[in-house]
Design a protein around this ligand. Structure first.
Ligand code: KIV
Length: 264
């Protein structure tokens, strides 16, 4: 069984094969997702909301990310494990490096940071020192209070142009994967076509190179509010393994997300 690497993901993009990613926070679910064929497991700082019950992701700290990364790594045989850098853990290149090193030592094989071109120095510092980086643009939840809520980003021409430019700059700085969250379909498509690296979408339409969901959303576990871009795969299948198998199938075949999950 060969492990998924940054090289495998790049080849999937080049071959037009869609990438399936999902968040995981513990060994049991990591094993289930890995067994059912997800190529990327993200220890998202969304754990601050779905595990800890917070209103946002800002309360998550490095010790918690390291702990959940260790758990996920123990349950994963094949998928690429990516860990989020939590709020305020990457304010300077040196701080970024120290904290990313902790996640890599816990078994992560890539770290994800939210934000645009102001991260380029840190991205260069990490990649030169052996740490692969995933970027994250669009609705970056750590900036929810700057945005004034969880809102679709890049709807007007100015912000769309800015996001396009920043995606190219992040790629030039060395990111090897990019997450686009809550972005209009046409903008996500334009960015995906312009980048050489794979782009994974969540609420970004069907044209990205892959999709990611927060695992609780894929199982229909909500605190009341159900985001438009999610789908409850458990409702159709009645079994967790079958639900993830269906998610992987629909992403690979390009049938998820459908028009009802998209923003224009
Ligand atoms: O924290 C998280 O789970 C994420 C995904 C929604 C992409 O960043």
């Amino acid at each position: 069984m060969s492990k998924i690497t940054t090289g495998s993901l790049l080849k999937m993009k080049q071959d037009g094969q869609k990438i399936t990613a999902i968040t995981a926070y513990d060994a049991s679910f990591a094993k289930l997702f890995d067994d059912e064929g997800a190529q990327v497991l993200l220890i998202g700082d969304s754990l601050g909301m779905v595990l800890q019950g917070g209103e946002d992701t800002l309360g998550v700290n490095m010790d918690e990310m390291v702990y959940h990364t260790r758990c996920v790594v123990r349950g994963t045989a094949k998928a690429l494990v990516v860990s989020d850098m939590p709020f305020m853990s990457y304010a300077t290149p040196e701080q970024t490096y120290q904290n990313a090193a902790r996640l890599m030592a816990a078994g992560a094989r890539m770290v994800k940071m939210e934000g645009g071109d102001w991260l380029c120095d840190s991205i260069r510092h990490l990649t030169r020192n052996g740490v692969p980086v995933c970027g994250h643009l669009g609705l970056t939840p750590q900036s929810v209070h700057v945005f004034g809520g969880f809102k679709v980003q890049g709807r007007d021409e100015f912000h769309a142009q800015e996001m396009y430019r920043q995606a190219l700059e992040l790629q030039a700085a060395g990111i090897q994967l990019l997450v686009l969250e809550c972005v209009p379909v046409a903008l996500a498509e334009r960015i995906t076509k312009a980048l050489r690296i794979p782009v994974i979408g969540i609420g970004a339409g069907p044209a990205t190179d892959g999709q990611i969901l927060v695992m609780h959303d894929a199982f229909g576990i909500t605190s009341g509010y159900v985001p438009k871009f999610t789908k409850n795969f458990l409702a159709e299948t009645g079994d967790m393994h079958a639900a993830i198998r269906l998610y992987v199938k629909e992403v690979s075949e390009g049938t998820f997300p459908g028009p009802e999950h998209c923003f224009n």
